[in-house]
Design a protein around this ligand. Structure first.
Ligand code: RIB
Length: 316
């Protein structure tokens, strides 16, 4: 069990997601008819914070980010607060609206996402300095790439100096500077992100290829790598260990935020000092449940749901 004061911090984006379900994703220049329009709280950072809040037991979850002065900001902060997340370090800016994302979800659960960053693009290294106390109290700090890269690097540095374990979800994927990657304890790409980080075209990756890629990714600087392989599970690699944690087959409705939910669960497990194998299984289970539901924060499971899912799978 973790100490009651352990803190997990999440630095990153908050977006209002505009979700439309479609039979199939449109080709360039094509119009397709969709249905089921919804506005759902999202943003990779906020999704991780929300899911962590729902999964955490005896851990404080804190979010660092920027929103605009508009009703979306209020909704997004309320969604996090309802999950038990401390939003006192989510500050508002007059210069930009709150971030939004347009999301199309097709029948088999795959999606296409376009993000208009808005206020997320205003999160600055100076903002990070102004909330240094958040990192000083954190055991684990989660990051993604929907805020400016120099801010991500500044936050990783502050978290490192503060002694927190740093976990970077390299999404949306882009090549990253060595100085930034050297500040990462655990890098968690999915298969296409792993390809992009290694300068290759995106492709489906099997377990054997993931093993080889994890070694190459570690050479870029992070201490450990977790390659997320969807329903194939994940592969963990550090200097001494390689571990495969099998995934769970579920009826996919929407894969939006499955990676965010995985990282949230991994962060919670690391904060609680779960054994590595259990931590990876916990993260795979949380992500699998999220895929069975529509939306980002709306799909994040509670701790009880993940535990019930795992004990049901154990008894089969
Ligand atoms: O990872 C899913 C998220 O990506 C969505 O919630 C959307 O806001 C984009 O940030």
């Amino acid at each position: 069990m973790s100490s009651p004061t352990a803190t997990l911090s999440v630095t990153g984006s908050l977006n209002m997601d505009f979700v439309v379900q479609v039979e199939r994703l449109p080709a360039p220049g094509e119009t397709v008819l969709g249905h089921g329009f919804r506005m759902i709280p999202g943003g990779k950072g906020a999704n991780q914070a929300c899911a962590a809040g729902k999964l955490a037991r005896g851990i404080r979850v804190r979010m660092v980010g920027r929103v605009g002065y508009d009703p979306f900001a209020d909704h997004l902060k309320a969604s996090l607060a309802a999950a038990g997340v401390d939003v006192s370090s989510v500050h508002a800016t007059h210069s930009q609206p709150t971030g939004i994302a347009e999301i199309w979800v097709e029948r088999a659960g795959q999606n296409s996402i376009v993000v208009a960053s808005g206020a997320n693009g205003e999160l600055s290294p100076a903002d990070i300095e102004s909330v240094r106390n958040v990192y000083l109290s954190s055991s684990v700090s989660l990051f993604q790439l929907e805020t400016p890269l120099n801010t991500v690097e500044a936050a990783l540095r502050v978290a490192r100096e503060a002694g927190a374990m740093t976990v970077l979800d390299p999404a949306p994927a882009r090549p990253l500077p060595a100085a930034l990657l050297a500040l990462v304890d655990v890098l968690t790409p999915n298969e296409s992100e792993a390809c992009i980080l290694l300068g290759r075209g995106p492709s489906r990756v099997g377990l054997e290829e993931a093993r080889e890629m994890s070694a190459e990714l570690r050479k870029l600087g992070p201490r450990a790598v977790v390659v997320k392989l969807g329903d194939q599970g994940c592969l963990y690699a550090d200097e001494f260990t390689q571990l495969v944690s099998p995934g769970f087959k579920v009826e996919a409705v929407d894969s939006t935020a499955a990676g965010d939910t995985f990282n949230a669960a991994l962060g919670v497990a690391l904060c609680e000092k779960m054994a590595l194998e259990a931590a990876l299984r916990f993260a795979n289970a949380a992500a699998a449940i999220s895929v069975t539901r529509l939306g980002a924060q709306s799909s994040a499971p509670s701790r009880e749901e993940v535990e019930a899912f795992l004990s049901e799978r154990r008894s089969h």
